[in-house]
Every structure is written in structure tokens, then in C-alpha cells.
Ligand binder design. Sequence first.
Ligand SMILES: NC(=O)c1ccc[n+]([C@@H]2O[C@H](COP(=O)([O-])OP(=O)(O)OC[C@H]3O[C@@H](n4cnc5c(N)ncnc54)[C@H](OP(=O)(O)O)[C@@H]3O)[C@@H](O)[C@H]2O)c1
Length: 412
Amino acid sequence: MSQDEREFEVVIWGASGFTGKLTAEYLLAEYGVSNGLRWAIGGRNPEKMEAVRRELAETTGVECASLPILTGDSDDMSSLVELARRTRVVCTTVGPYAKYGSNLVEACAQSGTAYCDLTGEVHWMQRMIEAHQDAAMASGARIVFNCGFDCIPSDIGAFFMQREMKRLHGVACSQIQLRVKGFSGGASGGTIASMLSMLEESESDPRVGRAMSEPYSLNPKAERTGPDSAEPLAPHYDSDFDQWTAPFVMAGINTKVVRRSNALLDYAYGKDFRYDEAMLMGTGIGGLTKAAATSAGSALMMGAMAVGPLRRAAAGRLPQPGEGPSRAKREAGYFDLRLRGVGPNGHVIHGRVNGDRDPGYGSTSKMLAESAVCLARDSLGLGGGIWTPASAMGEALLMRLPKAGVTFRLED
Ligand SMILES: NC(=O)c1ccc[n+]([C@@H]2O[C@H](COP(=O)([O-])OP(=O)(O)OC[C@H]3O[C@@H](n4cnc5c(N)ncnc54)[C@H](OP(=O)(O)O)[C@@H]3O)[C@@H](O)[C@H]2O)c1
């Protein structure tokens, strides 16, 4: 069956989870049930899904008794193939992805179905690229990981800066730096479970650690070298921003995705392109103290979490699957990212990426939903394969994201 004839344009798979429910809530509020977009929610437990549908009507005030529910299970391949064949796009929040996501990628790659998700599990993405790139290319399935806070602001931010440098000065940025000026939000049980499962796997499989630490680990196999080195762990004085910086916890994922985008865009940013991320901590002795404390705090936490018994003891005290930051916290949340792009002739441009909700859930759910609609509806001129947000949907997402409260702009 051709893509156009499929019953649904988008299925939100995992709509009973914390982020899945928010993604469905956004789609319902923005696109309704029968206002043109043909979409459905899916999960493994039919009764739970019916309760989700009632809850969606209550939270949005939009009647949705006719919103279709699809059921299946991540361990049941035939249910996933059936799901994939009924829709143009599967938008999945069923994670940890390394635990529950592999069969779905395979089902979509075989069925020519577009796919988007929220993974930040680099070792799993690497595994999926190796296993399913050829099938996706053959079937025309456009698979896009990382459609949440990691890595849309970074990946589309870098794409935006490149576009603006070319527009203003006719050249590509040879370097882009992203600095986190501020953000406010919390973590969900699903995110914590994904981090813990990655650490768990790294104990028995050294490839997990290598995928996380090698700067070009997501590039095509023969292209895993370049000018960038692994993310620094120590505080650093950044003379370009005139502030002390500390490591940014998402940088290990975001930087690799931006580098993969460059490779997939036929090195439109240049073979010598450099990219890095860090958090701004302020100036003077106050900035240095904050940068040192933040760097030490992250190193200590990662060190403790790498120790099995400590990790298992902490897991019981952290949010559990299905739990996450309250509505009030999500609505009061935000993110503010600063970008600096440098051209080969010394041209410098400054940009900003801002989000109007907490990064991990309020903004993430809106970015994911718009990515799914983009894959379903926009003319992307894109063949099958395993893409990044920028290489798959760069311009189209720059048009769509402001609606989702995420803006990209140049500063004077
Ligand atoms: N990139 C980002 O910025 C970002 C932001 C937020 C979240 N995330 C990621 O998104 C994922 C979800 O997070 P979350 O907090 O929303 O998790 P969650 O609340 O635990 O939700 C997980 C979902 O997976 C479903 N599920 C579990 N096992 C399944 C199976 N065998 N078959 C079908 N469905 C199954 C659950 O269904 P039941 O309800 O039936 O248990 C639930 O719907 C995590 O991997 C997290 O790291 C990433």
C-alpha cells in the first residue's frame, strides 16, 4: 500500500507514558481528531489506553471519543509490523529504546514507514544504523532519532546558524559553539530508566562506552574522524563568551548528532567543521566557583552511577516510569541557548534558541509532535535511510517549531 493510502498519518506509540501522553495532548489540542490529520494513539494495554483517551479529553477540553486506539507489544514483532503498515509515521515514546525499541525500528525499516523518537541512547542508535540502514534505504523508510530536547535545539540550531552565515557572508561556519545560558525543568522516570539501562549495558559491553566517548561515533563507518575531540570534563574559561563554563550533560549526545548531520548533508558545514557545547557559569571568582562545583558534581554523580550497587540503591529513590515534572513545573520551565558561529574569513554571528516550556517534556513533546507531522505531511524530498533531524527536516522544522514555542533567531 502506498504511503498516501495508509489509514493513519501519525500514530503516537507509547501514549500511556509520561511523554507520550503530553505528545498526544499537543496533537489533540493543535490538530483535533477529525480536522484533517488522521492520527491514533497506541500502547500495550487497551484499558489503560481508553483511560488515556478520557484523560486527553479532560485536559484539552477537546472531545476525542472517536480517536482510534491501536494495541501491540514491543516484544511482539507481528503486532509492530501491523502497526507500521497502517500508518505513514510512527512517533514513539516507548523507552528505554535499547530495551523496547529495536523491533519497532526494524518493522518500520521493512515497511517503508517513517519513524521519529526521543532516544538519546547513542550506542543503540549506532547499533540500529548498522542493522537497518540498508533496509530503510531499500523500502524508503525515513527513520529519525532524537526529535526532543536532545537533539533538536542543537541540531536545528547548528543548521540555522549555517544557513544564516551562508545568507549573510556566502560561506559556511567552520566552527559553532552552543552555550546553555539557562534552563528550568526536571526529569521523568522514563529518562532516568534510559540512563540507568545504558550504564547497566556498559558494564558488560565495552562498545557502549566507546560509542558514548568517541566524538564521531554516529558518523558513517568510514568517516569517523575529524577535528573535534571528546567533551571536556573540567571547568574552562571561555574567552569567546567571556565566562566560565562547565560541561553540559547532553553534549555527549548532541555533538555527535550535529556531526552526523554534517556527514549526511555531504559535509555542507565542511570537513573541518568543529562543534562543541557547554554551560555558561558566569564571570569572575563567582563564575569559577560555580563552574568548578557543577563540573565536580556531574563527575561525582556519573562516577557514583557507574557503580552497580550505588546505581541500584539510587534508582528506587528517583522518579519511576510514568512519573515526571508537574504541569506547573513544565509551564514555568524554559530553555535559553546561545550560539556563536565563526566563518573561515573571521566573520562571526550570534544566535539564540529559546523554548517556552521545560526542555525535557513540555517543549520536547511539542517538538516531537511537530516532527511527526512534518514527516507525514511536508515535502522533504528525502529518500529512505536513518537520518538526523537537520538532515531530514532542517528547513521544514525551522518553519514548524515556532508554533511549538521553540524559536531560532540571530542576535545583533
Ligand atoms: N530526548 C529527549 O529530550 C527526551 C525527553 C523525554 C523523554 N525521553 C525518552 O523518552 C522515553 C520515554 O520517557 P517517559 O518518561 O515518557 O517514559 P514512561 O513514562 O516510562 O513511558 C514509557 C512508555 O513505554 C510503554 N512500554 C513499556 N514497555 C512496553 C512494551 N513492552 N510494549 C509497548 N509499550 C511499552 C509504557 O506503556 P505502559 O504505560 O503500558 O507501561 C509507556 O507508554 C525514554 O526513553 C526517555 O529517555 C527523551
